[in-house]
Design a protein around this ligand. Sequence first.
Ligand code: COA
Length: 145
Amino acid sequence: MRRAGQDMKRNVATVIVATGDDSPSVLGFYTLSAASVDLSPLPDATRKKLPRYGRIPAVLLGRLAVAKGMRRTGLGGLLIADAVKRACRGEIAWAVFVVRAKHDDAVAFYRHFGFVPFEGDPLMLWIARKAALSAIGRRITAHQA
Ligand SMILES: CC(C)(COP(=O)(O)OP(=O)(O)OC[C@H]1O[C@@H](n2cnc3c(N)ncnc32)[C@H](O)[C@@H]1OP(=O)(O)O)[C@@H](O)C(=O)NCCC(=O)NCCS
């Protein structure tokens, strides 16, 4: 959290914090930053839908964490959904949503939501904008059921 705060001060990330309705204690947080990704490791089917610019605009979700007592309650998934929603609300265009996983366990978590590891960089995962939005729809619906 301290690192995320420093990133925010240096304008390299926005920190989004989740708190309870009646308490200021932090239940979870994540950061969002502008990014760009190399097209070459993406599959042909995705590349064909994108211009051949070499690199394309992306949004990077970083430092996602949920408070220990709140894990496995759905909050991590909701924070991803919130991040994609916020990224889509902005006026700056992006085509791919990327996450940097700290370890293999985090990779498994992100894969659960449809993220795919980059070839040659298994801790960095991506999902196309449209797929991210439909993954969000499913998650919010599941939570409201
Ligand atoms: C990873 C982390 C953010 C997950 O948050 P969470 O709130 O526990 O996850 P959720 O409850 O939203 O889980 C959503 C789904 O992912 C699955 N999931 C959660 N953690 C998982 C894991 N480690 N591996 C595989 N699946 C996982 C859940 O079973 C759940 O599945 P369901 O929707 O079918 O029920 C949380 O464990 C955490 O803060 N860990 C420490 C920091 C960290 O490792 N951050 C990772 C980003 S680098």
